[in-house]
Design a protein around this ligand. Structure first.
Ligand code: HEC
Length: 149
């Protein structure tokens, strides 16, 4: 009886750890998807003139990007390395093998977003600033993101 309780507790603990890692990776997917929405659904269409310029929507998008930049350093702990990925993209092992490189990619993204916050005031400044943000996304993805096959 006592033994089976212990076994059940051990299984539960193991399961809790897996659930926690799964939750971490879900959080990173959710933040990245929000990044994608802000860039592809708000900032880019406004820069192209497909959507009317909307400073409030831009500020909201930049705030979300800024929050993601702040969360990124703790988003991919080594514990998620072994979690099986079912989404389209997955973190590359390079995140843990080249931590300084990953930190530099986060810093570039954070800098691009911080500078954009002070600069974007109209369509022209949006057009001028957006490529820097876009490059900081792809700069990280090129090395630290892999497509699930
Ligand atoms: C410092 C690294 C880094 C930066 C900067 C970064 N990303 Fe990502 N992104 C990743 C990694 C790693 C993944 C794969 C794992 C995941 O989804 O968390 C990813 C995945 C994604 C995905 C796919 C999500 C999924 O669930 O498959 C989208 C969309 C995305 N990023 C958009 C963006 C956009 C847009 C920006 C810039 C505004 C950005 N990312 C900036 C590292 C980064």
């Amino acid at each position: 009886m006592r033994r089976s309780v212990l076994v059940a507790a051990a299984i539960l603990l193991g399961a809790t750890a897996v659930v926690a890692q799964q939750a971490e990776i879900e959080q990173s997917h959710a933040l990245m998807k929000a990044n994608g929405k802000n860039l592809g659904g708000v900032l880019s269409p406004m820069a192209r003139g497909d959507k009317p310029y909307d400073q409030a929507a831009i500020n909201t998008a930049l705030t979300q990007l800024d929050e993601t930049a702040k969360k990124l350093p703790s988003l991919y702990p080594a514990s998620v390395k072994a979690v099986k990925q079912t989404s389209e993209y997955t973190p590359s092992p390079k995140i843990w093998d080249d931590r300084p490189g990953f930190d530099a990619a986060i810093a570039a993204f954070s800098k691009a977003v911080t500078e954009a916050k002070g600069k974007i005031k109209d369509v022209d400044s949006l057009k001028a600033t957006l490529p820097t943000i876009g490059k900081s996304c792809s700069g990280c993805h090129e090395t630290f993101r892999v497509k699930n096959s």
